[in-house]
Design a protein around this ligand. Sequence first.
Ligand code: APR
Length: 311
Amino acid sequence: MSKVTVVGAGKYGSTTVQRLAEWDIADEVVMTDIVEGLPQGLALDMNQSRPVLRYRTLVTGTNDYADTAGSDVVVITAGLPRKPGMSRMDLLEVNAKIVKDVTQKIMEHSPDATLVVVTNPLDQMTTLAAEVSGLPKAKVMGQAGILDSNRFVHFISEATGEDILSIEAVTLGSHGETMVPVPSLCNVGGRPLADVLDAAKIDELVDRTRKGGAEIVGLLKTGSAYYAPSAAAAAMVRAVLTDSNEEMPVCAWMTGQYGINDVYLGVIGTLGAGGVTAVKEVELTDGETAALREAAVAVKAKVADLEEIDY
Ligand code: APR
């Protein structure tokens, strides 16, 4: 019996559930939320699509953590978006309370689960979930890098006209300002990115990738992106659940790679049944290594903010 739980039945959570169910890789996907009726209604609706789309995974909508018992993988999307007038620290406090509460309840019923955290602010929430859960750090990871890397792929495809599926791109570090694009690992149909686009254009696309989330929020006006984010989270769940040992960008605990320790950082990891079973040290230029180390320092500073709030 393979079982996945997604906490939070908002846009991100419900779309993740939908993708996982349609891939038909788990026996059951449980969706839970504090809002009564919301996960139940969405689950009923999704389950009725099964005969049309020809899959068997059953979606259970619930407000009771007992229904999440024995989950192999748990995705945490629960949280509030930043509202007008709310400071970064206010959001941190609100979501820290939510993620702490959710993690404790999940661990009561699924002590061996692997956790995939997506709630923002991502670095802090992943660190907090790891601490509260008491799980080995390898079994707690955050989603950011797949999303950023694939946003970059999309922009490269738009700029070059090349087939989206022939482009590979990698970003490391963290979300936002501390994202570290690695042009040396990017290629377009097997050709280095630098041979296809000039440096100014690459910089422009990197900048757009860094601000990729904000661009979508600006257009939507209410709410943030969820199609590409849920695709990224679902791909991580699939790798863990099927023990595929795929390499992918992931926010993972650092144990000396690139000279960096004791922080969750966006790197390339191997994902399998044990969570992030290895962190790959790719060859970076001196500048890229320095940028990654700077990102680690910035994340550590943000994580230190957790000590200043009450959650
Ligand atoms: N337990 C369970 N669910 C909760 C809790 C809680 N304690 N608190 C809030 N929720 C639920 C809300 O009821 C809502 O249904 O979390 C859901 C969040 O959904 P949305 O507001 O639609 O937000 P979404 O776009 O799904 O984003 C979720 O992912 O990308 C990040 O920044 C984003 O932190 C946010 C998260």
